[in-house]
Design a protein around this ligand. Structure first.
Ligand SMILES: CNC(=O)COc1cccc(Nc2cc(Cl)ccn2)c1
Length: 350
């Protein structure tokens, strides 16, 4: 075999060993580059005669074309191999079943709010909704809260820009303002009856919703939920509160032997006031007194601010924390879990 044939053969072997396009380019340079072996041969023709140059040049050219052909073939082979690897890596098995989207569900606190609303609706209570940004008057003054009461301070209440004495200027700290709005509307609606000295339909309403206080730890969140209720008429007493609230708790907690305790307390908007504790007789919480609500007889000033005569109209009110009830019902011990938006936690309540 002559020198040119073995040159072509060694180029073919080197190209065949090139595993990547970069290796192939290096191998190509050894033959066809500026200092490649083919280029050297062409330079070596300088001192030949014109006749010898013609035949030598033609022979070298044949070898060069053979090397280029081998180079092109190897390039194509590498490209094909790369494409096959890509197709294998990105292969999609279309026969697989489609990826199902998760089944959505209600937030545990929403489940609790719906449950509370259903129970009180079954006892003839209406459900009121209203603004979360409130005025001083509805959130504090109408509820007999003194001007210098600490609850009004910026340490406890979120105030918003641009408010005035009558325009909304704070985030409501409880849902009581909704109760007052509802009662004022109710009285207006039945003013003719009242003016004629007749009885108006009783006010029986709950007001669930978001409330805001400047507070944050394992059992307090700046945004939390509250559900309040009032029942006002000509002859509504503390006894009615005990019956209604006992019935509510036993239904909500699905526990017929649950016991209630009313503990004297103070709120500006009720007199007398009482905290309500419950005690389970069975289960993991049996025997412990658990505070679930505040309550009391609606203060005469509040009845008056609703547009009613406190000598004639009387009733009770209560306020409970649905977040806390949810924690009790499901055994959750950190309130913040409800508001972190972690689907792993929330999906347990579907
Ligand atoms: C979690 N809530 C608590 O500890 C305390 O809530 C309470 C207690 C007593 C009464 C009320 N609401 C109320 C509403 C009106 Cl319109 C008039 C009088 N009172 C809320």
């Amino acid at each position: 075999m002559n020198e040119l044939d073995s040159l072509v053969e060694s180029a073919q072997q080197l190209f065949a060993q090139a595993a990547t396009p970069a290796d192939l380019e290096n191998a190509k340079a050894q033959f066809l580059g500026k200092s490649g072996r083919v280029t050297e041969l062409m330079k070596g023709m300088a001192q030949l005669s014109v006749e010898e140059k013609k035949s030598r040049g033609a022979a070298i050219n044949v070898a060069k074309q053979a090397i280029e052909a081998a180079l092109t073939a190897r390039r194509q082979a590498l490209a094909d191999a790369e494409l096959q690897n890509q197709l294998k890596a990105e292969a999609l098995d279309v026969s697989l079943p489609g990826r199902r989207r998760g089944q959505g569900g209600l937030h545990p606190v929403s489940l609790t709010l719906e449950r509370i609303e259903g129970i009180f609706a079954s006892m003839g209570f209406d459900v009121a909704d209203g603004p979360e940004i409130e005025t001083d008057w509805f959130n504090f003054t109408a509820l007999n809260t003194p001007e210098d009461h600490p609850a009004r301070s910026m340490h406890d209440t979120f105030y918003v820009e641009g408010g005035t004495e009558t325009a909304p200027n704070l985030l409501r700290t409880h849902t009581s303002p909704m109760q007052v709005r509802y009662a004022v509307q109710h009285v207006k609606k039945h003013q003719a009856l009242l003016d004629a000295g007749q009885s108006m339909p009783e006010i029986r309403v709950i007001a669930p919703g978001r409330t805001y206080r400047v507070d944050s730890d394992a059992t307090h969140s700046p945004m939390f939920h509250q559900c309040e209720g009032i029942w006002i008429g000509e002859n509504v007493s503390f006894k009615d509160l005990k019956v209604v609230f006992t019935d509510f708790c036993r239904t909500f907690f699905e526990s017929d032997d649950l016991v209630l305790r009313f503990r004297p307390s103070f709120f500006p908007f009720t007199e007398p006031s009482a905290e309500i504790d419950i005690q389970f007789q069975t289960g993991p919480l049996a025997g412990r007194w658990l505070e679930v609500a505040g309550s009391g007889q609606v203060h005469p000033n509040v009845v008056r601010n609703m547009g009613l005569d406190p000598e004639k109209y009387i009733g009770f009110a209560f306020g409970m924390g649905p977040d806390r009830l949810t924690m009790l019902r499901y055994g959750v011990n950190d309130l913040r879990l409800f508001f972190d938006g972690d689907v792993r936690f929330l999906s347990q309540f579907q």
